[in-house]
Design a binder for this molecule. Structure first.
Ligand SMILES: *Cc1c(COP(=O)(O)O)cnc(C)c1O
Length: 798
């Protein structure tokens, strides 16, 4: 572990600073202060301790002439900041003592912070974990994103159905950010391109200002912080004054309203492309602001643009910022006078692209008409890139960026990237063999793998204090910054007293969650039951439907034989559906309807309960994962790129029931096949099964349990049957994600889980081995891989 802060503040220091900020920053006396006031006072106190390391890191990077990493992402799913900052600055237990002295409840203060929900799910959460690891590893880096005024919508249920309400985290002061009015860039759209003296000049028809809002991200050990720089959209002219003076106030405010629309809301689609004009503008807004900022910083330190690849590494998180290729070429050609070929080479040596999905419906495409209208100069450059690549490679005619009047952003990102990476071993193989098979043949060294990871500070040390205490007592706290040290638990897994402690830690988390489920949802969750958890975005490929059908079939069996020695189980679901994704919404409805029926059945209630807390987000994940016994990772093989939820569960000692998909493959290899509940078709088998006509009907007819489950839904045993006709029809007649084909294998494996859980000594041993062997899934390991294989950057050491 890194040395602790040079002057770690005492509880006394912290208490004084909190009172200072309460009085002088919040402007409140302690006797009038609300929890909100106290939370802000505590946040400013903690923030003060981040600023020194932050300014120091920026200075050190400049003084060393270091290469910087720029991570461009439309999403950063950060969650709460205060608790994580306290952990990374190692302010526990001084802060706890200070708060106690002030008569405050630490948990209440932490819970007062709204989640920064600037992302949909895994992709945005990965970006947040990466930011934390970059700082923990002292890698000079900037995250660039959009400062959405409204993050991901809030989910509630009415009559079992999802209702969306706007999220409004910026309705209150956000204590972690610093506005940089001096870092503002003009972002143009539309207009015309003319040629002046052989050089293209773009005259945008509209423009907005991108203004920087910085948040420091403190690393583990508290001695380095990088910036997360989020762009807010502002008008170029605030007010149409003549109109205002004429009394037309609404029209006068129009420029401002139009500009702000760009950073107003996060698109709530996860792995589905929406194709909307505003989305394209948002993507360009982020990308252009980031690249202008990167070039400004580079040119402040260097005057030779050919050094760019040695000083700058840019990572595109999915294709969302893929317009970076044409934009960087545009800036180098049109603003700096470089010829196309040099601009192209510099851009390609600087840019890299991470692919996150193989689902065809998720691959971004824009019509050439829309692209040409919104970004006319970029459309020209895209055509140049495409022609140039065709001429250089002699590629087959079906390969390319522009096809059928559409711009394919995946191909654009690939062709403009030095390195393209997948996010798990299996996914990278599939990227090579499927989506980018043709481009891979032309550029066989370009695709590399970087298996995802998660930050152990947030996902273990902060969220699971009872397990953290046991780990610290057993192997010391070095695991926090070096997760491979968890291997030290291997030997302890054989030790009965260690296993008792591990079991007690898990049980404490389950008791705590059980109380929450009772008070918030009225669900009675017996802490001695299996806590079986599936939390993730609602999507057909993730197969929440398979899980709820299994629950129905199990319920039916228990009902038939209540004295059959059933292992009690609490199934917990969490997740939002995209507002326009009606099939996913109908699964949400079904889960809630099934829960209502099953939970109140006196015959089975002792053995089976279903809980679906609404509004799944980062904070809820932090509460649920430490209390889980069983992690559901049951996507159709070949569809989940990596998953990161699966890793969080493993390091918190939940066993996985899962398919050979994404990083599940690597989790199973590392924890050992005997400590993992595997079921289902492989990716190859799934592809073959899907091609077999009538596969769904055949599978349903072969499975009595599945037939019963589907029949019970069709009979209206759970809510109105007609709510579910489409879902049933799709399952019988199409079933593209093979719920029916994998049902029996899943049901049988769940019964094996029941038996395994009934032997606590062996279960806890398996859980201990899962934790001990989860070190690989630290995002520190992932970031080291990017630094070595993609970015060629080194940490800055003192
Ligand atoms: C980790 C995480 C995800 C990703 O979960 P998967 O199971 O990998 O899809 C999504 N949302 C939140 C809030 C998370 O914390």
């Amino acid at each position: 572990m890194r040395p602790t802060l040079t002057q770690a503040p005492s509880a006394q220091d912290l208490r004084e600073k909190i009172l200072f900020h309460l009085t002088h920053t919040q402007g409140r006396g302690p006797e009038f202060a609300t929890v909100f006031d106290w939370r802000l006072a505590v946040s400013y106190t903690v923030r003060d301790l981040m600023v020194g390391p932050w300014v120091g890191a920026i200075r050190a990077a400049r003084d060393h002439g270091a290469k910087r990493v720029y991570y461009l992402s439309m999403e950063f799913l950060i969650g709460r900041i205060l608790g994580d900052a306290i952990i990374n600055l190692q302010l526990e237990p001084a802060i706890a003592e200070a708060l106690t002295q002030l008569g405050l409840d630490e948990q209440e203060i932490l819970d007062n912070e709204p989640d920064a929900a600037l992302g949909n799910g895994g992709l945005g959460r990965l970006a947040a974990c990466f930011m934390e690891s970059l700082s923990s590893l002292r890698c000079p880096a900037y995250g660039y994103g959009i400062r959405y005024e409204h993050g991901l919508f809030r989910q509630s249920f009415e009559n079992g159905q999802q209702v969306e309400r706007p999220e409004d985290w910026l309705n209150q002061p956000h204590p972690w950010e610093f506005v940089r009015i001096d870092y503002s860039y003009r972002i143009g759209f539309k207009g015309q391109v003319e040629t002046v003296d052989g050089r293209a000049v773009w005259h945008p028809g509209e423009s907005v200002i991108a203004r920087a809002y910085d948040t420091p991200v403190i690393g583990w050990g508290g001695d380095w912080a990088n910036s997360l720089r989020l762009w807010g959209a502002h008008p170029t002219t605030l007010l149409d004054l003549p109109r205002f003076n004429a009394g037309d106030y609404a029209a006068a405010a129009e420029p401002e309203a139009l500009a702000r629309t760009l950073s107003r809301v996060l698109y709530p689609d996860d792995t589905t492309e929406s194709g909307k004009e505003l989305r394209l503008k948002q993507e360009y807004f982020l990308t252009s602001a980031a690249l202008q900022d990167i070039l400004r910083r580079f040119l402040a330190e260097h005057d030779d643009l050919s050094l760019l690849p040695q000083k700058v590494a840019i990572q595109l998180n999915d294709t969302h910022p893929a317009i970076a290729g044409p934009e960087l070429i545009r800036l180098l050609m049109d603003d700096h006078g470089l010829p196309f070929e040099r601009a192209r080479d510099l851009a390609r040596a600087t840019l890299n692209y991470t692919n996150h999905t193989l689902l065809p419906e998720a691959l971004e495409r824009w019509s050439t008409w829309l692209m040409g209208r919104i970004l006319p100069r970029h459309m020209q450059i895209i055509q140049m890139i495409d022609d140039d690549h065709r001429d250089a490679t002699g590629r087959p005619s079906h390969v390319g960026i522009v096809h059928n009047d559409q711009v394919h952003m995946g191909e654009l990102a690939f062709i403009m990237a030095g390195r393209v990476n997948g996010v798990s071993a299996l996914h990278t193989d599939l990227v090579r063999d499927t989506v980018f098979a043709d481009l891979h043949k032309l550029h066989p060294d370009r695709i590399v793998n970087q298996t995802n990871g998660v930050a152990p500070r947030r996902w273990l040390r902060m969220s699971n204090p009872s397990l953290t205490r046991l780990l610290d007592d057993t192997i010391g706290n070095g695991w926090t910054g070096d997760l491979d040290q968890l291997q030290g638990l291997e030997d302890h897994a054989q030790d009965a007293s260690f296993r008792d402690s591990l079991r007690a830690a898990k049980r404490a988390n389950k008791v705590w969650l059980s109380n929450g489920l009772l008070t918030k949802l009225g669900v009675k969750a017996d802490p001695d039951a299996i806590f079986d958890v599936q939390i993730k975005r609602m999507h057909e490929y993730k197969r929440q439907l398979l899980n709820i059908l299994e629950a129905i079939a199990l319920w039916h069996r228990i009902h038939d034989d209540p004295n059959g020695g059933w292992t009690p189980r609490v199934k917990i679901f969490g997740g939002k559906a995209a507002p326009g994704y009606w099939l996913a919404k109908s699964v949400i409805h079904l889960i809630n309807d099934v829960a209502a029926t099953i939970n109140s059945d006196p015959i089975t209630s002792e053995y089976l309960q279903i809980a679906y807390p609404p509004n799944y987000n980062v904070s809820m994940a932090e509460d649920l994962i430490p209390a889980a016994d069983l992690s559901e990772q049951i996507s159709t093989a070949g569809k989940e790129a990596s998953g990161t939820g699966n890793m969080k569960f493993t390091m918190n000692g939940a066993l996985t029931i899962g398919t050979l998909d994404g990083a599940n493959v690597e989790i199973r290899e590392l924890v050992g096949s005997e400590n993992f509940f595997l079921f289902g078709l492989t990716a190859e088998e799934a592809a073959a099964e899907k091609a077999r006509p009538g596969h769904a009907r055949a599978a349903i007819e072969a499975s009595e349990d599945l037939q019963v489950a589907l029949q019970l839904i069709a009979e209206g045993r759970f809510g109105q049957a007609d709510s579910y006709y489409s879902l049933l029809d799709r399952t019988w007649n199409d079933d593209p994600f093979l719920v029916a084909s994998d049902f029996d294998a899943y049901f049988a494996m769940q019964r094996q889980v029941d038996r395994a859980f009934a032997d606590p000594a062996s279960w806890v041993r398996m859980a201990a081995l899962n934790i001990a062997r989860s070190g690989f899934f630290s995002s520190d390991r992932t970031i080291r891989g990017y630094m070595r294989d993609i970015w060629d950057v080194r940490p800055v050491t003192a």
